[in-house]
Design a protein around this ligand. Structure first.
Ligand code: SF4
Length: 218
């Protein structure tokens, strides 16, 4: 194990954590890969009415960056997915230090972000941007993302227009269906399939919902 890179002098890096678990990435360009998931607490207000991780918006426990790192390393993973809530709200207070420690250990870091708190200019992990309907970040923020993973509602037009405005090429788009249950996913997949075929996007099934339905923490 490489020695840990010290964080910025004089500041103790802390993270407010909702949960940490080992699973398989169910969405986007890293889909199908075993990973440790670190779900940080808190999001930008007002919260989205359709939020499917509402339990992570307010409830969390403070841990030192070292403690979170030790817990992640105990899983012997090659990929760490950092999600929320909105993870970049904690960039200055501990997340930046954690990223640097994880990379020192040779781990790949992927973020799941709505972009509502911006994307740090100096982020090194791969940011998969999942903008929420009606709340797309500016093209300046979007262009820092590695990939886009937007949600399609029953009417595909709003998301197609928003994608076009980002200027992202189709091969960087993983389009998903809105819906937190297996039934909703299966119902919306034929239209998702056809939309992806027509526009050259990746068809993005949400594997964790298809396998576990509404179960959390999997
Ligand atoms: S951005 Fe995501 S985590 Fe935050 S309130 Fe909206 S749906 Fe929930």
């Amino acid at each position: 194990m490489k020695p840990k890179t010290p964080g910025p002098a004089g500041r103790k890096a802390m993270l407010c954590v909702h949960e940490l678990f080992h699973s398989i990435q169910g969405e986007g360009p890293f889909s199908g890969r075993p990973a440790v998931f670190l779900r940080l607490s808190g999001c930008v207000k007002p919260y989205c009415s359709f939020c499917d991780t509402s339990e992570a918006l307010e409830k969390g426990k403070e841990f030192s960056e070292e403690k979170v790192l030790d817990e992640i390393l105990s899983y012997k993973t090659s990929l760490v997915v950092i999600t929320g809530g909105e993870p970049f709200l904690q960039w200055q207070t501990g997340l930046q230090d954690l990223e640097s420690s994880l990379m020192d250990q040779g781990l790949e870091v992927q973020y799941e972000s709505s972009g509502r708190a911006g994307i740090p200019e100096n982020v090194q992990g791969k940011v998969v941007l999942s903008p929420k309907p009606g709340q797309w970040p500016s093209p300046e923020i979007s262009k820092r993302a590695f990939a886009l993973k937007p949600l399609m509602e029953e009417d595909p037009e709003p998301v197609l227009t928003a994608i076009q405005e980002t200027g992202f090429p189709p091969e960087k788009i993983w389009l998903m269906a809105l819906g937190a249950s297996r039934e909703e996913q299966l119902q919306r997949m034929p239209l998702l399939w056809e939309t992806c075929r027509k526009h050259g996007y990746h068809f993005c099934p949400r594997l964790h919902i298809l396998v576990h339905d509404r179960k959390k923490g999997v």
